[in-house]
Write a protein that binds this ligand. Sequence first.
Ligand code: NAD
Length: 293
Amino acid sequence: MDRLTGRVAVVTGGAGGLGRAMGETFARRGMRVVLADVQADPLDATVAELRADGLAVDGVVTDVTSYESVEALRDRTLELHGAVHLVCNNAGIGAGAEGRLWEHDLMDWKWALGVNLMGVVHGINAFVPAMLEGGDEGHVVNTSSGNGGISPLPGSPQYAVTKAAVVTLTECLHGQLQEAGASIGASVLFPGPHMLRTGLFESWRSRPDRFAKDAPDRPPTPRSTISKPRWQQPGSPSSTPRSRRWPSRWSTPSAPARSGSIRRTNAPTQQLRARTESILARTNPAYLRALPG
Ligand SMILES: NC(=O)c1ccc[n+]([C@@H]2O[C@H](COP(=O)([O-])OP(=O)(O)OC[C@H]3O[C@@H](n4cnc5c(N)ncnc54)[C@H](O)[C@@H]3O)[C@@H](O)[C@H]2O)c1
Protein backbone atom coordinates (compact mmCIF):
# COMPACT_ATOMS: atom_id res chain seq x y z
CA MET A 1 0.00 0.00 0.00
CA ASP A 2 1.92 3.05 -1.22
CA ARG A 3 -0.47 5.96 -0.84
CA LEU A 4 -1.24 6.76 2.77
CA THR A 5 -2.69 10.27 2.63
CA GLY A 6 -6.41 10.35 3.35
CA ARG A 7 -6.55 6.65 4.06
CA VAL A 8 -7.80 5.10 7.28
CA ALA A 9 -5.70 3.18 9.82
CA VAL A 10 -6.85 1.27 12.91
CA VAL A 11 -4.27 0.42 15.56
CA THR A 12 -5.13 -1.78 18.53
CA GLY A 13 -3.15 -1.29 21.72
CA GLY A 14 -2.91 2.33 20.62
CA ALA A 15 -3.01 4.06 24.01
CA GLY A 16 0.74 3.85 24.46
CA GLY A 17 3.97 2.19 23.45
CA LEU A 18 4.39 0.98 19.93
CA GLY A 19 0.70 1.34 19.02
CA ARG A 20 0.71 5.01 19.85
CA ALA A 21 3.97 5.51 17.97
CA MET A 22 2.55 3.79 14.88
CA GLY A 23 -0.69 5.77 15.08
CA GLU A 24 1.18 9.04 15.42
CA THR A 25 3.46 8.16 12.51
CA PHE A 26 0.51 7.28 10.28
CA ALA A 27 -1.35 10.46 11.23
CA ARG A 28 1.74 12.59 10.47
CA ARG A 29 1.77 10.97 7.04
CA GLY A 30 -1.77 12.15 6.44
CA MET A 31 -3.79 9.12 7.45
CA ARG A 32 -6.98 9.25 9.49
CA VAL A 33 -6.25 7.11 12.51
CA VAL A 34 -8.44 5.20 14.96
CA LEU A 35 -6.61 4.10 18.10
CA ALA A 36 -8.19 1.29 20.12
CA ASP A 37 -7.27 0.20 23.61
CA VAL A 38 -8.77 -1.52 26.64
CA GLN A 39 -7.38 1.19 28.96
CA ALA A 40 -9.80 4.12 28.62
CA ASP A 41 -7.92 6.85 30.50
CA PRO A 42 -4.53 6.45 28.79
CA LEU A 43 -6.37 6.19 25.46
CA ASP A 44 -8.24 9.45 26.08
CA ALA A 45 -5.02 11.17 27.10
CA THR A 46 -3.16 9.96 24.01
CA VAL A 47 -5.95 11.00 21.65
CA ALA A 48 -6.15 14.44 23.29
CA GLU A 49 -2.37 14.96 22.97
CA LEU A 50 -2.26 13.91 19.32
CA ARG A 51 -5.29 16.00 18.43
CA ALA A 52 -3.72 18.99 20.17
CA ASP A 53 -0.89 18.49 17.67
CA GLY A 54 -3.39 18.81 14.82
CA LEU A 55 -3.49 15.10 13.98
CA ALA A 56 -6.64 13.30 12.76
CA VAL A 57 -6.95 10.73 15.54
CA ASP A 58 -9.96 9.15 17.25
CA GLY A 59 -10.06 6.70 20.13
CA VAL A 60 -12.38 3.74 20.65
CA VAL A 61 -12.24 1.76 23.89
CA THR A 62 -11.93 -1.86 22.77
CA ASP A 63 -11.16 -5.18 24.37
CA VAL A 64 -9.60 -7.33 21.65
CA THR A 65 -10.34 -10.52 23.59
CA SER A 66 -14.03 -9.91 22.80
CA TYR A 67 -15.14 -10.35 19.18
CA GLU A 68 -18.19 -8.15 19.82
CA SER A 69 -15.91 -5.37 21.01
CA VAL A 70 -13.72 -5.60 17.89
CA GLU A 71 -16.83 -5.64 15.68
CA ALA A 72 -17.96 -2.47 17.46
CA LEU A 73 -14.52 -0.95 16.71
CA ARG A 74 -14.94 -1.77 13.02
CA ASP A 75 -18.47 -0.34 12.97
CA ARG A 76 -17.34 2.88 14.65
CA THR A 77 -14.43 3.21 12.22
CA LEU A 78 -16.75 2.82 9.23
CA GLU A 79 -19.18 5.28 10.81
CA LEU A 80 -16.39 7.84 11.27
CA HIS A 81 -14.54 7.37 7.98
CA GLY A 82 -16.58 5.14 5.66
CA ALA A 83 -13.61 2.85 4.96
CA VAL A 84 -10.62 1.09 6.48
CA HIS A 85 -7.31 0.47 4.70
CA LEU A 86 -4.71 -0.43 7.30
CA VAL A 87 -5.35 -2.60 10.35
CA CYS A 88 -2.59 -3.06 12.90
CA ASN A 89 -3.44 -5.90 15.28
CA ASN A 90 -0.89 -4.74 17.81
CA ALA A 91 -2.48 -5.03 21.28
CA GLY A 92 -0.39 -7.36 23.35
CA ILE A 93 0.47 -8.30 26.91
CA GLY A 94 3.69 -9.60 28.39
CA ALA A 95 3.54 -13.12 29.73
CA GLY A 96 5.00 -13.86 33.10
CA ALA A 97 8.15 -15.64 34.02
CA GLU A 98 6.66 -17.12 37.12
CA GLY A 99 8.53 -20.27 37.76
CA ARG A 100 8.18 -23.44 35.75
CA LEU A 101 5.99 -23.85 32.71
CA TRP A 102 4.25 -26.85 34.22
CA GLU A 103 3.26 -24.80 37.28
CA HIS A 104 1.88 -21.78 35.44
CA ASP A 105 -1.55 -20.49 36.31
CA LEU A 106 -3.97 -21.53 33.57
CA MET A 107 -5.59 -18.10 33.67
CA ASP A 108 -2.27 -16.61 32.56
CA TRP A 109 -2.44 -18.84 29.49
CA LYS A 110 -6.06 -17.86 28.81
CA TRP A 111 -5.27 -14.15 29.09
CA ALA A 112 -2.15 -14.34 26.92
CA LEU A 113 -3.91 -16.41 24.25
CA GLY A 114 -6.98 -14.14 24.49
CA VAL A 115 -5.10 -10.91 23.83
CA ASN A 116 -2.04 -11.89 21.81
CA LEU A 117 -3.61 -14.53 19.58
CA MET A 118 -7.41 -14.27 19.62
CA GLY A 119 -7.12 -10.48 19.55
CA VAL A 120 -5.41 -10.83 16.16
CA VAL A 121 -7.92 -13.43 14.96
CA HIS A 122 -10.76 -11.10 15.97
CA GLY A 123 -9.13 -8.22 14.11
CA ILE A 124 -8.83 -10.32 10.95
CA ASN A 125 -12.39 -11.65 11.11
CA ALA A 126 -13.93 -8.27 11.84
CA PHE A 127 -11.93 -6.13 9.40
CA VAL A 128 -10.83 -8.20 6.40
CA PRO A 129 -14.36 -8.75 5.02
CA ALA A 130 -15.03 -4.99 5.32
CA MET A 131 -11.72 -4.22 3.58
CA LEU A 132 -12.51 -6.68 0.76
CA GLU A 133 -15.96 -5.18 0.39
CA GLY A 134 -14.47 -1.67 0.27
CA GLY A 135 -12.53 -2.73 -2.83
CA ASP A 136 -9.50 -0.50 -2.15
CA GLU A 137 -5.97 -1.69 -1.60
CA GLY A 138 -5.16 -2.32 2.03
CA HIS A 139 -2.88 -4.01 4.52
CA VAL A 140 -3.06 -6.01 7.74
CA VAL A 141 -0.07 -5.78 10.09
CA ASN A 142 0.10 -8.24 12.98
CA THR A 143 2.61 -7.53 15.74
CA SER A 144 4.69 -10.54 16.70
CA SER A 145 8.04 -10.56 18.47
CA GLY A 146 11.48 -12.03 18.01
CA ASN A 147 10.55 -13.88 21.22
CA GLY A 148 8.49 -16.72 19.76
CA GLY A 149 8.22 -15.31 16.27
CA ILE A 150 11.87 -16.20 15.63
CA SER A 151 12.81 -18.38 18.59
CA PRO A 152 11.46 -18.51 22.14
CA LEU A 153 12.93 -17.19 25.35
CA PRO A 154 12.17 -20.25 27.49
CA GLY A 155 11.34 -18.11 30.51
CA SER A 156 8.22 -16.64 28.88
CA PRO A 157 6.43 -19.57 27.23
CA GLN A 158 2.97 -18.01 27.07
CA TYR A 159 4.20 -14.92 25.30
CA ALA A 160 6.48 -16.88 22.97
CA VAL A 161 3.75 -19.37 22.02
CA THR A 162 1.29 -16.61 21.14
CA LYS A 163 3.85 -14.65 19.11
CA ALA A 164 4.88 -17.78 17.18
CA ALA A 165 1.20 -18.35 16.40
CA VAL A 166 0.85 -14.78 15.10
CA VAL A 167 3.57 -15.47 12.53
CA THR A 168 1.87 -18.65 11.27
CA LEU A 169 -1.53 -16.97 11.25
CA THR A 170 -0.18 -14.09 9.17
CA GLU A 171 1.57 -16.42 6.72
CA CYS A 172 -1.75 -18.21 6.18
CA LEU A 173 -3.56 -14.87 5.81
CA HIS A 174 -1.02 -13.72 3.23
CA GLY A 175 -1.39 -16.99 1.31
CA GLN A 176 -5.17 -16.87 1.30
CA LEU A 177 -5.33 -13.19 0.30
CA GLN A 178 -2.95 -13.93 -2.59
CA GLU A 179 -5.01 -16.93 -3.63
CA ALA A 180 -8.16 -14.81 -3.55
CA GLY A 181 -6.49 -12.20 -5.77
CA ALA A 182 -7.18 -9.54 -3.13
CA SER A 183 -5.37 -6.21 -3.18
CA ILE A 184 -4.80 -6.54 0.56
CA GLY A 185 -1.42 -7.48 1.92
CA ALA A 186 -0.46 -9.03 5.24
CA SER A 187 2.74 -8.47 7.22
CA VAL A 188 4.24 -9.50 10.50
CA LEU A 189 5.87 -6.77 12.53
CA PHE A 190 8.89 -7.75 14.61
CA PRO A 191 9.51 -4.65 16.73
CA GLY A 192 13.12 -3.89 17.40
CA PRO A 193 16.01 -4.02 16.80
CA HIS A 194 16.17 -4.10 20.61
CA MET A 195 13.53 -4.45 23.29
CA LEU A 196 11.37 -1.34 23.45
CA ARG A 197 10.75 0.85 26.46
CA THR A 198 6.99 0.44 26.72
CA GLY A 199 4.22 -0.57 29.09
CA LEU A 200 4.59 -4.23 28.08
CA PHE A 201 6.58 -4.97 31.20
CA GLU A 202 3.69 -3.73 33.38
CA SER A 203 0.92 -5.50 31.53
CA TRP A 204 -0.97 -6.25 34.74
CA ARG A 205 -2.46 -2.75 34.29
CA SER A 206 -4.61 -3.99 31.40
CA ARG A 207 -5.61 -7.34 32.91
CA PRO A 208 -9.42 -7.64 33.05
CA ASP A 209 -11.00 -9.22 36.13
CA ARG A 210 -12.38 -12.09 34.09
CA PHE A 211 -8.79 -13.19 33.42
CA ALA A 212 -7.78 -12.89 37.08
CA LYS A 213 -5.36 -15.51 38.28
CA ASP A 214 -6.74 -18.70 39.82
CA ALA A 215 -4.00 -18.48 42.45
CA PRO A 216 -3.39 -14.76 43.03
CA ASP A 217 -1.16 -15.37 46.03
CA ARG A 218 1.57 -17.08 44.08
CA PRO A 219 4.66 -14.93 44.61
CA PRO A 220 5.77 -13.29 41.37
CA THR A 221 9.41 -13.44 40.41
CA PRO A 222 11.18 -10.12 39.85
CA ARG A 223 10.80 -10.49 36.11
CA SER A 224 7.07 -11.12 36.24
CA THR A 225 5.08 -8.85 34.01
CA ILE A 226 1.78 -10.63 34.22
CA SER A 227 1.11 -9.96 37.90
CA LYS A 228 1.01 -6.83 39.94
CA PRO A 229 4.44 -6.46 41.45
CA ARG A 230 4.55 -6.85 45.23
CA TRP A 231 4.89 -3.14 45.80
CA GLN A 232 1.54 -2.70 44.08
CA GLN A 233 -0.37 -5.28 46.12
CA PRO A 234 -3.08 -4.03 48.50
CA GLY A 235 -1.49 -2.64 51.63
CA SER A 236 1.78 -1.89 49.91
CA PRO A 237 3.35 1.41 50.93
CA SER A 238 3.04 3.02 47.52
CA SER A 239 0.63 2.57 44.65
CA THR A 240 2.64 4.85 42.39
CA PRO A 241 4.90 3.09 39.91
CA ARG A 242 8.56 3.61 40.62
CA SER A 243 10.46 5.03 37.72
CA ARG A 244 11.86 2.16 35.72
CA ARG A 245 15.55 1.88 34.92
CA TRP A 246 15.63 0.80 31.31
CA PRO A 247 18.61 -1.11 29.96
CA SER A 248 20.49 1.37 27.78
CA ARG A 249 20.31 -0.76 24.61
CA TRP A 250 16.52 -0.79 24.63
CA SER A 251 14.91 1.43 21.99
CA THR A 252 12.09 3.92 22.30
CA PRO A 253 8.86 2.80 20.62
CA SER A 254 8.98 5.62 18.08
CA ALA A 255 12.17 4.23 16.56
CA PRO A 256 10.68 1.23 14.73
CA ALA A 257 7.48 3.12 13.92
CA ARG A 258 9.41 5.92 12.24
CA SER A 259 11.66 3.54 10.35
CA GLY A 260 8.72 2.54 8.17
CA SER A 261 8.47 -0.88 9.74
CA ILE A 262 5.19 -1.66 7.99
CA ARG A 263 7.32 -3.11 5.26
CA ARG A 264 10.49 -4.03 7.11
CA THR A 265 11.28 -6.44 9.86
CA ASN A 266 14.12 -6.27 12.29
CA ALA A 267 14.24 -9.99 12.87
CA PRO A 268 17.44 -11.06 14.57
CA THR A 269 19.17 -12.83 11.70
CA GLN A 270 21.64 -14.72 13.83
CA GLN A 271 18.89 -16.26 15.94
CA LEU A 272 16.88 -17.16 12.86
CA ARG A 273 19.87 -18.85 11.24
CA ALA A 274 20.79 -20.76 14.41
CA ARG A 275 17.25 -22.05 14.82
CA THR A 276 16.90 -23.07 11.17
CA GLU A 277 20.25 -24.87 11.25
CA SER A 278 19.26 -26.69 14.43
CA ILE A 279 15.95 -27.81 12.89
CA LEU A 280 17.74 -29.01 9.74
CA ALA A 281 20.38 -30.83 11.81
CA ARG A 282 17.72 -32.27 14.17
CA THR A 283 19.65 -31.12 17.24
CA ASN A 284 18.39 -29.90 20.60
CA PRO A 285 17.70 -26.12 20.66
CA ALA A 286 21.11 -24.83 21.75
CA TYR A 287 20.15 -21.42 20.36
CA LEU A 288 17.74 -20.68 23.23
CA ARG A 289 18.64 -17.53 25.14
CA ALA A 290 17.79 -16.28 28.60
CA LEU A 291 15.36 -13.40 29.03
CA PRO A 292 17.40 -10.24 28.39
CA GLY A 293 17.55 -7.32 30.66
N1 NAD B 1 8.21 -3.71 23.97
C1 NAD B 1 8.91 -4.60 23.27
O1 NAD B 1 10.15 -4.69 23.41
C2 NAD B 1 8.21 -5.50 22.28
C3 NAD B 1 9.00 -6.42 21.58
C4 NAD B 1 8.38 -7.27 20.68
C5 NAD B 1 7.02 -7.19 20.48
N2 NAD B 1 6.27 -6.29 21.17
C6 NAD B 1 4.83 -6.27 20.92
O2 NAD B 1 4.44 -4.96 20.57
C7 NAD B 1 3.04 -4.80 20.82
C8 NAD B 1 2.81 -3.50 21.55
O3 NAD B 1 3.35 -3.61 22.85
P1 NAD B 1 4.15 -2.44 23.58
O4 NAD B 1 5.53 -2.94 23.77
O5 NAD B 1 3.91 -1.16 22.91
O6 NAD B 1 3.48 -2.50 25.03
P2 NAD B 1 2.40 -1.50 25.71
O7 NAD B 1 1.97 -2.21 26.95
O8 NAD B 1 2.96 -0.16 25.84
O9 NAD B 1 1.22 -1.48 24.66
C9 NAD B 1 0.27 -2.52 24.55
C10 NAD B 1 -1.12 -1.92 24.63
O10 NAD B 1 -2.07 -2.98 24.43
C11 NAD B 1 -3.18 -2.67 25.27
N3 NAD B 1 -3.98 -3.87 25.56
C12 NAD B 1 -3.70 -4.87 26.43
N4 NAD B 1 -4.72 -5.74 26.48
C13 NAD B 1 -5.65 -5.29 25.59
C14 NAD B 1 -6.94 -5.75 25.20
N5 NAD B 1 -7.49 -6.86 25.75
N6 NAD B 1 -7.62 -5.05 24.27
C15 NAD B 1 -7.09 -3.89 23.74
N7 NAD B 1 -5.89 -3.40 24.09
C16 NAD B 1 -5.18 -4.09 25.01
C17 NAD B 1 -2.56 -2.11 26.54
O11 NAD B 1 -3.50 -1.39 27.30
C18 NAD B 1 -1.42 -1.25 25.97
O12 NAD B 1 -1.82 0.09 25.77
C19 NAD B 1 2.60 -6.03 21.62
O13 NAD B 1 1.94 -6.95 20.77
C20 NAD B 1 3.93 -6.61 22.08
O14 NAD B 1 3.83 -7.99 22.32
C21 NAD B 1 6.84 -5.44 22.07
